[in-house]
Design a protein around this ligand. Structure first.
Ligand SMILES: Cc1ncc(COP(=O)(O)O)c(C=O)c1O
Length: 373
């Protein structure tokens, strides 16, 4: 099966290890097992002894019950049996699309977004109708246009909330409008919610799985919980057909997730509030720094992000985003992601949830560079 190369992943594979200032990272500053145990007030020696004695079998085929309980606690309407655990959110998105989309189907997908969300259905020869978000509209969907894009053939509307790379956030009112559009043609809504919970404002962002019985939420331990190394994500939905189809297909590509990974993820979610407090503080403190920096840089502008860990920085000089990013990484050790990875130009994506010192050092370095333009 032919598929478009995944531009953002290719970029990271080639350049991430060269970074002196990793302002390309999209996870909130990762934590170690030791930090996780400290945070959860678990006796390290006792826990490690217990883990070392475990026989390394497949573990729980349908997912560790404690982990699934923790996932369900992130939603209002979801029970543990309405959750499937996967290899990251990347595996969850793949499993949903692979299970639900047929060649004759149409899907509507927003752009910019995580590329697999439109490239996978395209590879299955489904018709993908793209809805391009714009900075003028704060990277939020134009509902009238979405209404025009759907038809009786629309199988799924695919959104990414909060959005990577823009950092925009659809509120409950807008999500309900999307649900009404989907309902009018009987379509599912797949919402990649990998950054859900990392809001700038106090109120939480609702999940599509709580708002719609054909809503499918995907998320993971990677960004919000700083545990990308566990490689764990999930699908949560109240829709029995989706659970059934995804379980059927999951047997062909997963068997089970790693038993140690799921145990650690279960511990993390049992202490989710502590990790979330840590991580909201990082994204809020760091965005303040980024915002002040953007205000004083005459070559740079942006739509201030509302949630997540990333945003697009627009520049006002004549250079392709790829040329600019290659110059910055190869000659200055500064990692950003070219806008062209998202099919956007005149902009680069920054990840601002790294250690605060690293962000400040990276922005200072970028200022020195911009001063030469
Ligand atoms: C929107 C979005 N979805 C999914 C993923 C995949 O995340 P993971 O597989 O680490 O959970 C990413 C990673 O960058 C992402 O930004």
């Amino acid at each position: 099966m032919k598929i478009e190369p995944f531009k953002v992943e290719l970029w990271m594979n080639e350049h991430e290890e060269k970074a002196v200032y990793n302002t390309g990272e999209t996870c909130v500053d990762s934590i170690s097992m030791e930090e996780l145990f400290e945070l959860a007030e678990i006796n390290k020696e006792e826990k490690l002894t217990e883990l070392m004695q475990k026989r390394l079998t497949y573990g729980h085929i349908f997912g560790n019950p404690v982990f699934k309980q923790g996932i369900a606690s992130l939603y209002k309407e979801i029970d543990p049996e309405q959750v499937l655990t996967t290899h990251g959110a990347i595996g969850a998105n793949h499993l949903v699309l692979y299970s639900m989309i047929e060649p004759e189907d149409e899907v509507v997908a927003v752009l910019p977004t995580y590329q697999q969300l439109y490239s996978i259905p395209e590879s299955f020869r489904a018709t993908v109708k793209r809805h391009t978000l714009s900075p003028e509209n704060n990277f939020l969907p134009d509902l009238a246009e979405v209404r025009q894009l759907v038809s009786e053939k629309t199988k799924m509307i695919i959104i990414n909330n909060p959005n990577n790379p823009a950092g925009s956030l659809m509120d409950e009112g807008m999500l309900k409008e999307i649900v009404a559009i989907a309902e009018s043609v009987g379509a599912y809504v797949l919402s990649d919610e990998t950054y859900r919970g990392l809001t700038q404002a106090e109120e939480d962002s609702p999940s599509i799985a709580d708002l719609y019985d054909k809503g499918i939420s995907v998320s993971s331990m990677s960004k919000v919980f700083s545990l990308a190394g566990l490689r764990l994500g999930w699908i949560a939905t109240r829709n029995p057909e989706v659970i059934e189809e995804c379980s059927l297909h999951r047997d062909h590509n997963t068997i089970s997730c790693g038993m140690l990974d799921e145990e650690l993820a279960g511990i993390a979610l049992a202490h989710k509030d502590k990790i979330l407090d840590r991580n909201k503080k990082i994204v809020r403190d760091n965005l303040k720094i980024l915002d002040e920096w953007v205000q004083k840089e005459k070559h740079i502008s942006y739509v201030k992000p509302q949630a997540g860990t990333v945003t697009l920085l627009y520049y006002d000089f004549d250079r392709s985003s790829r040329e600019l990013c290659i110059d910055l990484i190869d000659n200055h050790g500064l990692l950003f992601t070219p806008g062209d990875c998202f099919e956007f130009e005149q902009c680069i994506r920054i990840g601002y949830a790294c250690k605060t010192e690293e962000l400040i050092a990276g922005l200072n370095k970028f200022s020195e560079y911009l001063a030469t333009i």
